[in-house]
Structures are given as C-alpha cells and as structure tokens.
Design a protein around this ligand. Sequence first.
Ligand SMILES: Cc1cc2nc3c(=O)[nH]c(=O)nc-3n(C[C@H](O)[C@H](O)[C@H](O)COP(=O)(O)OP(=O)(O)OC[C@H]3O[C@@H](n4cnc5c(N)ncnc54)[C@H](O)[C@@H]3O)c2cc1C
Ligand code: SF4
Length: 494
Amino acid sequence: MGEPTGFMKYERELPTRRPVPVRLRDWKEVYEPFPDSHLERQAARCMDCGIPFCHVGCPLGNLIPEWNDLVYRENWSDALDRLHATNNFPEFTGRLCPAPCETACVLGINEDPVTIKQVEVAIVEHGFTAGSAQGDEIAPVVPSVVTGKKIAVVGSGPAGLAAAQQLTRAGHAVTVFERADRIGGLLRYGIPEFKMEKRILDRRLAQMAAEGTEFRVNANVGESVAVADLQSDFDAIVLAGGATAARDLPIPGRELRGVYQAMEFLPPANKVQAGDLAEHPFSAAGKHVVIIGGGDTGADCLGTSHRHGAATIHQFEIMPRPPDARPDANPWPTWPMIYRIASAHEEGGERVFAVNTECFLGDEDGNVRALRAHEVEQTFTDGRMSFEKVQGSDFELPCDLALLSMGFVGPQRNGMLEQLGVDFSERGNVARTEQWHTNVDDVFVCGDMGRGQSLIVWAIAEGRSCAAAVDRALMGETDLPSPITPDAAPMGVR
Ligand SMILES: Cc1cc2nc3c(=O)[nH]c(=O)nc-3n(C[C@H](O)[C@H](O)[C@H](O)COP(=O)(O)OP(=O)(O)OC[C@H]3O[C@@H](n4cnc5c(N)ncnc54)[C@H](O)[C@@H]3O)c2cc1C
Ligand code: SF4
C-alpha cells in the first residue's frame, strides 16, 4: 500500500472529456490525456483494504490493489506485468469496461471509489508508448514450445482473440476464422471509433500475428469454409461467434425503408472511418432519428447520429428512468441499476423513458415518416414484470430513421451451428459442460455464443478459461489460468 492516508487526502478525479462542439467534428476518442502525476494520486486512494472486493467484481480477477501500489511507486513496468497476468487486453477493458470492480470497491461504501479503470488503461498505454522507458514492453511473447496441435477459433471478438492468444502462447498452432473483412468482432464493427479508435485494436493484432496466431478474414464457417474441413484439419475447435441474432420489433410498419437494426447502422459507420466505404449507405445526416432501446448499443447509435449531423434524435426506453443513487434492494458491492450518462448523452438528443412504440407510419414510397407510441406503467404480478398502457398518452413523432437497439437473443443458429449439430441451453445459447465443451467431440464454446449478450471483460475471461480447458483436453494438463467457470455470474443479491 503506497500512501496509507491517500484515500482521505485525495478526491476521485477522472480525465475530462473534450468539449462537445469539438469532439462532434471528429471521430476520435472523447477523453483528454490524464497526466501521470494525477494518476499516481488516484492510485494512492487504494486503501489495500484487506479483502479487496474489486477482485470479485472483476470477472478477470485483476490484481487491482497490487497494480495501484506499483503505479503509486511509479513502477509502471511491474504494474504492466501484474496487469497482463490476468488480462490479455487491458487497453480494451480500460476504455470500454463498465467497471464492475469500481462499484465493488470497498472505498465505495461511503466515498467515491478508486478510479480503477483509468489506472488500468494508463498502465497499458505506458507499455505501448513508443520511445518511453517501457516502450518495447508489449513485444510479442513467442512460445518456447511447439506442441504440434492445431486449433481453429471461429470468431475474432474479444473471446476468440483471448482464447487464441492463450493457446498460441501455449505452443499450439492457432488459426482464427472470421467471416467479416477485418478482425475484431464487435470491437471492430460494433463499438464506434469515438469509444475506441481502431488503431488500438490493430496494434494488439500485430502483436498476436507476430506471436504466430494466424488470421483468416472473409472466412464464414458453415458457408465459405466447410465445417467438415475444420473438423478434419484441426485437433480442436473453439466457437466464439458471438450472440449476433438481434431482438426484433415485429410491429406494423417494421418493413418500411428507414427502419434498421443497430448492427446494420454501426458497422458501415466504422467502415467509413476505416476508409473502406466512401459514405454511409443510410447516414443520419439531416434526419429525425429515433433509437429504440435505452442501453449502450443505443448510446453508440446516438453518438454516431450526432457525428452524422442528425436533425433531431430521441432515444426510447420502455423501462422507467432509473434512480440517481443505489436503491436499498441493490446494495454495495452489486452492480447498481442507476441512471447513467454516457458521453453520447452529453452530446445532445432526448432520452424518453417508459414509452412503447406501437407502429411505424410510412409515406407513399414506402419510407418511414413517423412513429406512434404511448407511455407505459411498469407493473408486477406474482413477480412477473409487465407494462400497462397509460390511457390517453398516445403521441406521434416524426421519424425518418429508426434504429432498433433492443439487445440480442443469442447466437445465429443456421449455418455453422446447425451443421455441427450443437445443443442449445434453455436460454438459447450454445450449451456447454463445466469444461467449456459442447456436445460435439473436440468442439468448445466461449464468449457471447455460450453466455449470451454480455460484456468485453466477460468475453476475455471466457476466452482465457476456455483456452485452459482446450489445452488440458489436448495435453492432459495445463498451466493456463482459468478465471471463471461457464456458469459464473456477476455478484448479486440472493
Ligand atoms: C454496439 C455494441 C457496443 C458494445 N459496447 C460495449 C462496451 O462498450 N463495453 C463492453 O464491455 N461491452 C460492449 N458490448 C458487448 C461486447 O461487445 C460483447 O459482449 C463482446 O464483443 C462479445 O465478444 P465475443 O468475442 O463473444 O463476440 P463478438 O465480439 O460478437 O465476435 C464474434 C465474431 O464471430 C464472427 N462469427 C460469427 N459466426 C461466424 C462464422 N460462422 N464464421 C466466422 N466468423 C463468425 C462474427 O462475425 C464476429 O466478428 C457492445 C455490444 C454492442 C453490440
Ligand atoms: S477489466 Fe473491468 S472490471 Fe476488471 S479491473 Fe478493468 S475495469 Fe475493472
């Protein structure tokens, strides 16, 4: 523990976000740089409380008090080692994780918690910064043994990448198959540039390629790549294809032009930024945009629509507005269901809670021109939640671009999964044993494909744990870490 009274001396401090009018003119990340001297003070706020609940809040089991202490002592190099011991990609989580560690921080019981996520990203950025004392620390970790085993990883999101890096470093020959034209899964084509610039992803992929992981893009397993070929050519297959089946809104007018899924809207926006597309095929520029779904994907559509120059933007959510502070039924250290303001919300648009969309209205050419909605009241019968219409609350809103952001129902079943003949769980995800094994010989599953829609930190934890199971299955034993079991869940109240 660096400074015993640090938590009493220093206030929580975060980097400032760039001014809205400035950041809306570009797609760069929204945060200003945060000086090391400030960061070291933030690390000094860690109390080394004895039973660090932050470890449990983080699915990776990140060694948070250890690296806080090392950062306080300006020992960035050892801090990086401790960070990489549990997390393959801290530069992704340090930018994108909602930080359940911070809501479990013991200081957070009666004070503002330690800025764990900020310390995390600062450590890894130190490691990547060319020319610094640590500039070459994130060099490829080339395996010292070659096992002769071949492993196919299907899907290149954070779960597939974490599994691939662990297995490559264990000496196996790993090939990642990705049906998209670039590697990265939702890190590449879901998350907008203003949340994580893609150069951050590319530099980690360069490290992985140098370690020996092979990447194949435009390789759709079950279509352009035969499932049978994978089964005959590889000793094990890791399915990490994500939960890509989006929840739909089957209401009148759904078929109108201008009503799209969020994941039809976000990937082309990223392709424009990458220079792969000249312009977005249905940009929000000048349009009345309604985003249906109040979550993070909706916020990504919001920030993207702002940058396109939308005329108006409304974000609809059927749930009531959450409280500003933890309700009693949602105590520390569980994840608090409170009102949150993402950077995109600061940039404008109107958030509308407790509303339900009844239908989309079209013009004579089949384009959406408006939607009809009403307010709802949340009710519970025998513990089951439902929504009652508030009589007389109907309204119509101009809308020439509607973006559906209501989450994902599970993995895509047709194609690869049907051809393999995998079983599904009650929740509709690919079923697996405690050893991450599907019902099909030598086929394992991790990430959103087995867990359902989740978070990057869980995907990395799944990829690491699944890699350990694959290594054990192929070699009889493993030294790879396994931070979670397949049925691990966020901390909750029982
Ligand atoms: C818009 C959006 C924003 C998000 N923002 C955040 C955030 O800020 N923070 C956070 O923690 N989480 C966020 N999430 C959730 C997070 O991105 C996911 O939980 C995580 O990416 C899941 O990782 P994964 O590796 O399991 O799957 P994915 O990232 O979905 O990757 C799966 C990959 O598999 C490929 N694939 C599927 N089938 C095949 C096949 N047959 N052949 C070849 N390739 C195949 C897909 O093309 C895809 O690239 C967001 C999700 C969305 C949709
Ligand atoms: S990965 Fe997420 S939960 Fe874990 S330490 Fe980082 S910010 Fe916290």
